[in-house]
Structure formats: C-alpha cells, structure tokens
Design a protein around this ligand. Structure first.
Ligand SMILES: Cc1ncc(COP(=O)(O)O)c(C=O)c1O
Length: 497
C-alpha cells in the first residue's frame, strides 16, 4: 500500500498534540499512526491502545505525541521484496512501515494487503477491438460512418423507441442540453430539478439559458419528491427533469400526472439508468425526452458519449439538425438554426455497438451484485438503510447505495470511505446537495432539501464493477462491517454508553 494520501495520513510529527493524534487515528481508521522527528525519521508508533493507556495514565490532550508513543515497533528495509514484507504482517501487527537507509518511511505494507477493488471498471472484452479496427481500416473515424446509425438503431430497439428517435451525442451532459434546446426550453423558462444529482443536470439547464428550480428528493429512493415538485410550479415552469439516480426509477406515475395537469414537459435524466424500467417501459422513454451517458463508469461505455431519445419524431428530427450545427440535412452548409457540434464519432459508436451486444449480461451482473450485497448486509438494517425497489420497477443498480441511519453523527460516510479506501476498497460518497455549491446556491429552491443533505452525509456507494467475484463481495462486506464497528463504537462512546 503506497498511496501518498495514506503515507501522509499515517505519519505525524513528534510535537503533534495528542488531540490531533486522536484525529489522525480517526482519519486512517487503521488503529495506528507513526511518529517522526524533525528529520522525518520514524521514532515511534501510537496505536489506539497506546493512546487509551496514555490518557488513563493522566496524559493531557495538549501534550505532544512523544509523551505516549511506543518506541518498540517494527520496520522493514526497502530492499525487501514485497511478498516477503507482506509475510511479516499478522493479525497483531497490521501495518508495517518500509523505511529507507536513514529510517524515513517510504510506504507501508498493510494487513493481508488485498487487491485494489475499483469503484467501477468497463468491460471491454467483446467486439470492441474488431469494430474499432474496422473503423480505422475503413477511414471512417469521425462522426459519419455506419456504426453511428447501427448504434442508434440498436439502442432504439433496446429502449423501445422508434428507429430514428434515438440520437447519439458526445456525452450525457450535452444530451440534456440538446433535449432542452430541441424542445424549445430557454430563457425565461423554469425547469424543476432534484437537489441530489450530478451537476450536469443543472448545468445543462443553465447552458440553454433557463432557470433550474431545486426540489428535495425522497429520503429512501433518493429521487425527486413529487410533493415538492407541485410546490415548485409557477407560471414560468416549462419542464420537470427527474433523475433516475443510481438506476432507481423516479416516481414517473406521479410526476407524469403533475406534468399533464400543468402542461409541462418531462425530460428524464437517465444517465445512470440504462436497463431500468417501469413495467415494460424503459427509463428515458416515459416523458418527452430521455438522456443517457456512456462515460467509462456507466453500464455501457463509449469512453465519452451519450444518447438522447424523443417521443415525438418531429422533435427528434429537429434535434438531429441542432446536433450538427443546425445544418439542413438536405442542403449542405445551409443552416436552419444556430446549432451545436454535439456529434459522437464512428469510433465511439463502434465501441458502443459492441457494448450493447452484452448489455443484458452487464445488467444481470449489476442486479446480481445488488442481490449479493443485500443478502450480506440485511442484518444491519438497524444501522443502515438498504435500497428499496418498487415491485413494478426494474432497478438497474448502476450503483448499490446504502444510507447510514441518523443515529450516526458527523461526516459518517466520509469516515467509512476513508476506512475502506485504506483497505484498498474504492467506494464513493454520494453527490453533494446542489444548493450548497457556489454556482447553484442562489437558484430558486423549495425549502432546505433536508433529505438530500442527509443522504449526501450518510450515503455510501459500494464498488460496482460487473467483474466483482463473490469472494470480493464478501471481502467488501466484511470490511464494511469492521468499519461499522468502528463507527458504532464512536457513536456509543459519544452518547456515553
Ligand atoms: C445524473 C447524471 N446526469 C448527467 C450526467 C452527465 O453525463 P456525462 O458525464 O456523459 O456528460 C451524469 C454523468 O455521470 C449523471 O450521473
């Protein structure tokens, strides 16, 4: 384990006050930190136990680290091969510094030293290479070429929209922008958006000159709260933009009803929801437009890329023109509107087509993963909230997200993430509430969005690679349980039990 972040977190200067040593122990979650002198040489170690014994012996929190450090600790030389170094790690000695010739820590070996588990990774082992090679040898590498249409047509078939109404674009953000522009949403219009989303949702609205209006999300589903949407409607409202966050379908029944009552457009941000369905209807096809992202961590990827689907063929035709500078499809260099260049390349579409060939397999892997996590964590339901899926929906589980119950104070998710990352498990926090960030703080919003604030503080997204084995899922859940133990001990000691 040699991440620079861990290296600096595990090392403290001998003059550091004991209260900051406690903070450092808290940060790494590894139950030990190492003490350095003025020349950065290691001079001691402080474990949770050393700290506890020191405080019980009467040392004060303003005393220096050197007051309680243990000078008997193991180091290993840099010259030792990794496998031999790792053999020194045991249940008792879980972190060992590897030092240079003068005793300065260069890196650490950790308990068991597990394989790094990434938060996500693309699965590219199918026809991707042969299709890309085909593009390269044919010379069709830009946005014209057979793969663009083939990818659009296969995507239309998958999502159940008529051929011609699924349009490739350069990414999921401009997919939203193109949807808004093609539906004539612009200056003077308000678009209702959830507070808990990726910033692209709001940025797209701002970039067409319209005004996002922020509403809270459901505390468990984490999708737009229909009651808040009702409260947000004014005479300027043009559209509702539900986000199917982490693959969880928004409440499209209620949102559709509100939209019909008030004559509003519905543009679904389904960037994270390829494979999700309400009954037999695919996410993104329940409103006027739906958008998808093919960033590398999504269900299928084209590196960067996106798709927008429309329910109205005329709007789709306009979007095709807008995507290509507003140029008349029948008259080259004749521009009907001031459009954009939002085109996807043939090379990217070739990758996308190969990815679509295994979309069922990828979706099944995600759903299996969610089932395995649920099974292993179900007994923790007094401490965490597991995802709930409406029986009418298919949840694609792009990400498996749990929320800590509010018995845990402070930045509980961040503490868990640090704990897991120190053990080479790359989980992710949820998005920050939009309204707390500078570009969005002054936008109109309904209330203080407490559900979004709380989910952002308490939510952990588990590793989501479709390649994860049952053994890795086991390890992730065991580590999460150890992390919970640490958090629970802290919680109980904070409330004096
Ligand atoms: C909810 C949501 N909307 C929009 C986007 C934007 O997609 P892209 O990154 O392809 O621009 C993302 C991307 O992660 C997203 O998660």
């Amino acid at each position: 384990m040699d991440s620079p972040e861990l290296l600096s977190n595990l090392l403290i200067d001998e003059t550091t006050e004991l209260r900051d040593v406690l903070r450092a122990l808290d940060q790494t979650g590894l139950r030990i930190v190492f003490v350095t002198d003025a020349s950065s040489r290691l001079v001691g170690a402080i474990s949770d136990g050393d700290m506890r014994r020191g405080l019980l012996a009467g040392h004060g929190l303003d005393e220096p680290a050197s007051a309680v450090m243990n000078k008997n600790f193991i180091t290993l030389p840099e010259s030792l091969p990794e496998s031999e170094a790792r053999a020194h790690v045991s249940d008792r000695i879980t972190v060992i510094p590897i030092v240079d010739g003068v005793g300065r820590a260069q890196r650490f070996v950790l308990e068991k030293d597990p394989e790094f588990i990434p938060a996500a990774e693309p699965l590219l082992g199918g026809n991707e290479i042969s299709y890309v090679v085909d593009c390269l040898s044919s010379g069709w590498i830009s946005s014209q070429g057979a793969y663009v249409a083939a990818f659009e047509n296969a995507f239309a078939k998958l999502t159940g929209v008529p051929v011609g109404q699924a349009i490739t674009v350069s990414n999921g953000t401009v997919a939203l922008q193109l949807a808004l522009a093609a539906l004539d949403v612009g200056p003077g219009d308000e678009v209702i958006v959830p507070d808990l989303t990726f910033a692209a949702t709001l940025n797209a609205v701002l970039h067409v000159g319209a005004s996002p209006v922020i509403v809270d999300v459901d505390p468990i589903q984490l999708t737009m709260d229909p009651t808040a949407v009702r409260a947000a409607i004014t005479s300027r409202t043009r559209a509702i933009m539900p986000v199917h966050l982490y693959g969880q379908m928004s409440d499209m029944g209620k949102l559709g009803e509100i939209a019909r009552e008030h004559g509003l457009l519905v543009i679904e941000d389904a960037a994270e929801a390829l494979g999700s369905r309400l009954g037999s209807r695919h996410a993104g096809t329940l409103g006027d437009a739906g958008t998808f992202s093919f960033f590398a961590n999504k269900l299928i990827t084209t590196g960067e890329g996106g798709m927008v689907v429309f329910s109205d063929p005329e709007v789709a035709a306009r979007a095709r023109v807008l995507r290509d500078h507003g140029m008349d499809t029948k008259k080259r260099y004749w521009h009907l509107e001031a459009g954009f260049n939002f085109r996807l390349t043939n090379l990217q579409a070739a990758i996308g087509l190969a990815q679509l060939e295994k979309v069922d397999e990828l979706l099944a892997a995600k759903i299996r993963l969610a089932g395995s996590y649920t099974e292993r964590l179900a007994d923790l339901s007094e401490l965490i909230i597991l995802p709930e899926v409406d029986p009418n929906n298919v949840h694609s589980f792009w990400n498996f997200v749990v929320l800590f119950r509010d018995i845990f104070a402070g930045d509980v998710a961040d503490q868990m993430l640090r704990f897991m990352r120190a053990r080479k498990i790359d989980s992710r926090r949820l998005f920050y509430p939009m309204h707390v960030m500078p570009p969005y703080a002054n936008l109109r919003r309904i209330g203080d969005c407490p559900n979004s604030v709380s989910a952002s503080r308490t939510g952990v997204a588990f590793p989501a690679s479709p390649k994860l084995t049952e053994k890795q899922i086991d390890d992730i859940c065991k580590t999460f349980r150890s992390g919970i133990e640490m958090l629970n001990v802290k919680r109980l000691s904070a409330i004096g039990r």
